[in-house]
Design a protein around this ligand. Structure first.
Ligand code: 3PG
Ligand code: MG
Length: 398
């Protein structure tokens, strides 16, 4: 479906409301990862270069419709100024007289950041009156927040109906990468799906079965598949109550001609801690008092061989308990193999969702993937085949 971009908007002299996602991790008053700030830079700078006045709309955390001081966007002014390399002004409310005055007085070359949109209940309720109040602050709307596009909120959805609208450059890049990986991919396509729980990935697996050629299953959720095949997984993390759902996925994938790749060997340990004594055993030989914490080397070699024959890999979720060594080994080795093939021009690799990026960053693999999404939940919902309200609103407005 089509949507307009910055190329289609008249920017000169106009105040452009830009929905961004700068919901960045903060620890001890410091931003620990500025990736999402860096990612909006092209759009903001392009609006400035075109003579427009960017007015940034964003949420931070989940204040649930109330002003929560700890969730003020004021704490991001300095890091944002640094990343954007332009002066950032701040309005302590995102609507009303204060915001209107700040938007009116915005000087060329400056950026205005408005306070957390979620301080008002109208944001998440997608209240038309709240959207109108936001719309008064600008003459055009740009949505550059793919990672918040799964929310039908006033600043992500409602505004697109009130002002001339377009996708920002990051939104465009995310949509293009995802389309390349799933809508119209070069085949064979392999999905790598890991993570702790199958319960959070059932919809995603159901959608992928019809669209990809192989699904490599890793992480704790692989244990549920093993259990579904009657294998004893000892003390491993396993959603035994979902064995039936896993069996259904197995049956449906066979009918669809999608190969489900389960581990053939695994790494087991008796303690869940860094450096715990571990052993490699066949996938059906986990001792009753041990737990599976990673895929084994034969499984990794199998995955690497599959990557070498693939054209496209889409990756969501770690293959093992990557937060503690040495159970990051399979994730690292497989991700580095995908990165090498990508750099050699043989593979399109796209990754995203939750702690996936953290897992793939640790080895340096992510930096050498074709595309790493800034999105968590939105990436998952996209893989599930769901319509993202923020994207649908841009398409409807085009
Ligand atoms: C995210 O961090 O995934 C996005 O900013 C969306 O946040 P939310 O899950 O609170 O809507
Ligand atoms: Mg989220």
């Amino acid at each position: 479906m089509a949507y307009r971009t910055l190329d289609d908007l008249d920017l000169k002299g106009r105040r452009v409301l830009v929905r961004v996602d700068i919901n960045v991790p903060v620890r001890d008053d410091r931003v620990t990862d500025t990736t999402r700030m860096e990612a909006i830079r092209p759009t903001v700078l392009e609006i400035l270069a075109g003579g427009g006045l960017p007015v940034l709309l964003a949420h931070f955390g989940r204040p649930k419709g109330k002003a929560v001081p700890e969730l003020t966007l004021g704490q991001l002014i300095d890091p944002l100024t640094e990343v954007l390399g332009t002066p950032v002004q701040f309005s302590p409310d995102c609507i009303g007289p204060m915001a209107e005055r700040a938007a009116d007085r915005l000087a060329a070359g400056h950026v205005l950041l408005l306070e957390n949109t979620r301080f008002h209940p109208g944001e998440e309720a997608n209240d038309p009156a709240f959207a109108q109040a936001l719309a008064r602050l600008g003459e055009a709307y740009v949505n550059d927040a793919f990672s918040a596009a799964h929310r039908a909120h006033a600043s992500t959805e409602g505004l697109a109906r009130l002002l001339p609208s377009a996708a920002g450059r990051l939104m465009q890049a995310e949509l293009a990468a995802l389309a390349g990986a799933l809508t119209d991919p070069e085949r064979p396509v392999i999905a790598v799906i890991g993570g702790a729980k199958i319960s959070t990935k059932l919809e995603l697996l159901g959608n992928l079965i019809a669209r990809v050629d192989q699904i490599v299953i890793g992480g704790g959720m692989a244990n549920t598949f093993l259990a579904a095949r009657g294998i004893d997984v000892g003390k491993s993390l396993c959603e035994h109550d979902l064995a039936g759902a896993a069996r259904e996925i197995i049956v449906r994938s066979q009918a669809a001609g999608c190969e489900l790749v389960l581990p053939t060997d695994v790494v087991v340990a008796r303690e869940f801690k860094a450096g715990a004594a571990s052993a490699v055993v066949a996938a059906d030989a986990c001792p009753p008092d041990a737990m599976i914490l990673d895929l084994g080397p034969a499984s990794v070699e199998d995955i690497k061989a599959r990557f070498a024959l693939a054209k496209t890999v889409v990756w969501n979720g770690p293959l093992g308990a990557f937060e503690i060594e040495p159970f990051n080994a399979a994730t690292d080795a497989a991700a580095l193999a995908a990165a090498d093939l990508t750099q050699a021009g043989r593979l399109l690799s796209v990754a995203g969702g939750g702690d996936t990026v953290a897992a793939l960053n640790a080895s340096g693999a992510a930096a050498r993937f074709s595309y790493v999404s800034t999105a968590g939940g939105a990436f998952l919902e996209w893989l599930e085949g769901k319509t993202l309200p923020g994207v649908a609103a841009l398409e409807a407005a085009s």
